[in-house]
Design a protein around this ligand. Structure first.
Ligand code: S3P
Length: 175
């Protein structure tokens, strides 16, 4: 049986907050992939994108995925772009159930609006338009990668965490 949970989904769907709660409730370790990348690079994600380029960030993301792919009993909050490379998902699937968090574009916009400079891909004038464009190309990738998808709009992080626990306990009993 898989002992880990990997949270995937678009920026602003609550992966980090929900991942932390899930790990606490289930007594598992918690890893935030972006934080691991920042530790390795000794600079924030936005600076990696600016100074080294997105391709360099994606290489680091792939390396962290390899590093954690066989780690047991861990909840990992992945960066929103983890699905861009199918190899990442293939590796995570060894030990992790893949749970996708989804949210309406308007909710995503509300959640990320107060966080200036943190998400380089949304550092544009018309954030709503960029969110809709990226979602169009990413949605099929999230759908393909996910074992389970949870709609988060209108539910607070503890509610989403509990919903994941409930669904996973059913999912595991069918295993
Ligand atoms: C990205 C999402 C970000 C971060 C980077 C790229 C993406 O993580 O990894 O800015 O491509 O969707 P969050 O989803 O945690 O914001």
């Amino acid at each position: 049986m898989k002992t880990g949970i990997a949270l995937i989904g678009f920026m602003g769907t609550g992966k980090t907050a929900i991942g932390r709660l899930l790990a606490e409730k289930l007594g598992k370790s918690f890893i935030e992939m972006d934080a691991e990348i920042e530790k390795k690079a000794c600079k924030p994600v936005a600076a990696i994108f600016r100074e080294d380029g997105e391709a360099c960030f994606r290489k680091m993301e792939a390396q962290i995925t390899i590093d954690i792919s066989t780690q047991k009993s861990t909840v990992v909050a992945c960066g929103g772009g983890i699905v861009l490379d199918k190899a990442n998902i293939f590796r995570l699937k060894q030990e992790y159930v893949i749970v996708c968090l989804s949210a309406a574009p308007g909710d995503i916009l509300k959640r990320i609006s107060g966080e200036q400079g943190k998400r380089p891909l949304l550092d544009v004038a018309d954030k709503g338009k960029r969110i809709r464009e990226l979602l169009k190309t990413r949605r099929p990738l999230y759908e393909q990668a996910a074992d389970i998808t949870i709609e988060t709009s209108g539910i607070d992080p503890p509610g989403v965490a509990q919903r994941i626990i409930d669904i996973l306990s059913k999912y595991e009993s069918q295993d």
